[in-house]
Write a protein that binds this ligand. Structure first.
Ligand SMILES: Nc1ncnc2c1ncn2[C@@H]1O[C@H](COP(=O)(O)OP(=O)(O)OP(=O)(O)O)[C@@H](O)[C@H]1O
Length: 298
């Protein structure tokens, strides 16, 4: 068994991944651990190196990148018998998966924490046959996620999503969605549908304030057609007290579930961990206790 493989996506975020990969390697070596560094040259290299780590039975993989890098790595582990533990140094733009795991978005701190960690066994989500680690979303706001160019992201960081999302509110549309959640059939007209695994969604902490990566549930948030005032009221309840959103007759509501199927009258794409994902219809379920992450002790 080999010890640690460090996989760095040099195009993520502010392009600091390579530098921090070397810093992490030296820190591990100072702590009597052995680390091999792989720098990806293209998107396909993420899968290539993750699969190499499985084949060579590495104990741990450290990922330097954002949600795209971490999500693709998770997907690459889907059919592997040996799945290394995963540490994240969040060098991406939004880093929602790292946030949900309680990993510091201060990169220096995240590196330090890798030698003072505890293991967290987490659930993952499965949409059709694709794995996701953070969220699935559909509606006019998520549609803007993949409209944000790499250039905008580099210049504006998370603000780029906010600006695009705000523009899309003016062109808001309703989608008729038929769903079955743990066997219960429902139908709603929604402007926004979000399904998440942890408390953090799109970089917003406490989006699902009761959700945790190891609780065995997916959480659905639905927002119906509403005035700006109603939206603000729903978002305030969402970020403070999910209890008030447990009634599906409200403008906004939250439902925990384990498996579901979704159909829509629109040929709508979902955003998967912040990138363009599959179209409706889709099936979705939780895979409990599927991956092991290294998270800070505190
Ligand atoms: N050399 C490369 N290695 C790996 N991926 C690359 C490379 N060049 C471009 N990419 C692309 O970079 C994308 C962005 O990576 P990632 O999502 O990790 O960073 P980010 O977009 O800055 O962060 P976040 O998703 O957290 O906002 C990947 O989805 C991949 O398609």
């Amino acid at each position: 068994m080999k010890d640690i493989m460090i996989i760095a996506n040099p195009s993520s975020g502010k392009k600091q991944a390579e530098e921090y990969a070397m810093r992490a390697k030296y820190l591990f070596e100072d702590n009597q651990r052995q680390a091999d560094v792989r720098i990806t040259e293209c998107e396909e290299d993420i899968e290539k190196y993750v699969k190499e780590a499985c084949k060579e039975k590495y104990d741990t993989v450290i990922l330097l990148g954002g949600d795209g890098t971490v999500s693709k790595s998770g997907e690459s582990l889907k059919n592997e018998k040996h799945r290394p533990k995963i540490g994240i140094i969040p060098t991406g733009t939004i880093n929602n998966i790292a946030r949900g795991l309680g990993i510091s978005t201060n990169i220096d701190q995240a590196v330090e924490d890798l030698v003072n960690f505890k293991e967290l066994v987490t659930d993952v989500g499965m949409i059709n046959d694709r794995l996701f680690l953070s969220s699935i979303s559909a509606g006019s706001i998520p549609e803007t996620v993949w409209e944000v160019s790499k250039d905008q992201k580099e210049k504006l960081g998370p603000l780029a999503y906010f600006i695009e999302g705000f523009k899309s509110l003016r062109e808001e549309e309703n989608y008729s969605i038929d769903m079955s959640l743990d066997g219960k059939k429902m139908k709603f007209d929604l402007t926004l549908l979000v399904i998440g695994l942890s408390n953090s969604v799109a970089g917003i902490p406490n989006f699902f304030n009761e959700a945790a990566y190891d609780d065995g549930y997916l959480y659905l948030f639905g927002l119906k057609e509403s005035t700006l005032g109603e939206k603000i009221s729903v978002m305030t309840s969402l970020l403070n007290d999910n209890e008030t959103l447990s009634d599906e007759n409200n403008k906004g509501f939250v439902i925990p579930f384990k498996e579901g199927s979704f159909k829509s009258n629109h040929n709508l794409n979902v955003a998967l961990d912040g990138e363009k994902g599959p179209c409706f219809p889709f099936d979705i379920k939780i895979l409990p206790a599927f991956l092991t992450f290294l998270v800070p002790v505190n």
